[in-house]
Ligand binder design. Structure first.
Ligand SMILES: [Zn+2]
Length: 239
């Protein structure tokens, strides 16, 4: 049986002499493992579509639960992203996170739209730190772990300085629980909350770098994405 999906390559590993095993992600089908046969042969019509980051309209042949890529029309290769190390590492974090938070045969249009728009933003010159914050914050909503960004969830105090993903909201200085963030950082989150998914292409948030990474790690831990090595690249001691 043939199916057609719009999918992005999350991972591509060499397989046999001329093939690759692809981990794909599509909004309609979730995560898909697919064999790209002969794509490493010179002149293969599947070569371009079998690279990480590339988003293509793909025709897959399915037999006994195994997929083989038969045709592909590249929609966006996000090529500009690869010319800059910060953008490349940022993109790699997005792919790794998407791979860990999606499952086969489970449609996830919100995560897919978020991933594609963030990759697009990176190629259009969005700051990688802005993209990481936008992605990690909105991913939590897409995965059902959104935050209430208003008053303290315990005492209704308007001034909040902590975030508590376990209880889905912000916490004031006097109440227990949560992880500390600046009021400025929390107000940037409110700004991202009220924006559209396409806004990342020309948004400038300018959040503090260490707070952004702290938030991303907290968010990824909460939804069991866990540690992604490329995140360490953005730590201050590596700048
Ligand atoms: Zn409180």
């Amino acid at each position: 049986m043939y199916i057609t999906v719009l999918a992005v390559v999350l991972r591509a590993e060499n397989y046999r002499d001329n093939d690759k095993m692809l981990t794909l992600f599509s909004g309609e089908k979730g995560k898909i493992e697919a064999l790209s046969r002969g794509c490493r042969k010179q002149g293969s019509h599947l070569a371009a579509a079998s690279e990480p980051f590339v988003c293509s309209e793909m025709q897959l042949y399915e037999k006994n639960g195994r997929y083989t890529l038969t045709q592909a029309v590249v929609k966006d290769d996000f090529y500009e992203m690869r010319s800059d190390l910060d953008r490349f590492y940022c993109g790699s974090i997005l792919l790794a996170a998407a791979e860990r938070c999606t499952v086969p045969e489970s449609p996830d249009r919100r995560v897919f739209a978020l991933l594609i728009n963030c990759l697009y933003g990176l190629t259009k010159g969005a700051d990688p730190m802005d993209v990481l914050l936008f992605f990690s914050f909105r991913l939590m909503y897409a995965l059902g772990q959104g935050l209430s960004l208003g008053n303290c969830i315990y005492c209704m105090e308007p001034s909040v300085v902590k975030i508590d993903f376990d209880h889905g909201g912000c916490v004031c200085a006097d109440c227990q629980g949560g992880v500390e963030f600046s009021e400025r950082f929390i107000s940037i989150l409110r700004l991202i909350y009220s924006s559209g998914v396409k806004d990342i292409a020309d948004a400038v948030y300018g959040a503090d770098r260490s707070e952004t990474l702290k938030f991303l790690r907290y968010a990824f831990d909460t939804v069991n994405i866990g540690h992604i090595k490329a995140v360490d690249y953005f730590d201050d001691e590596h700048r």
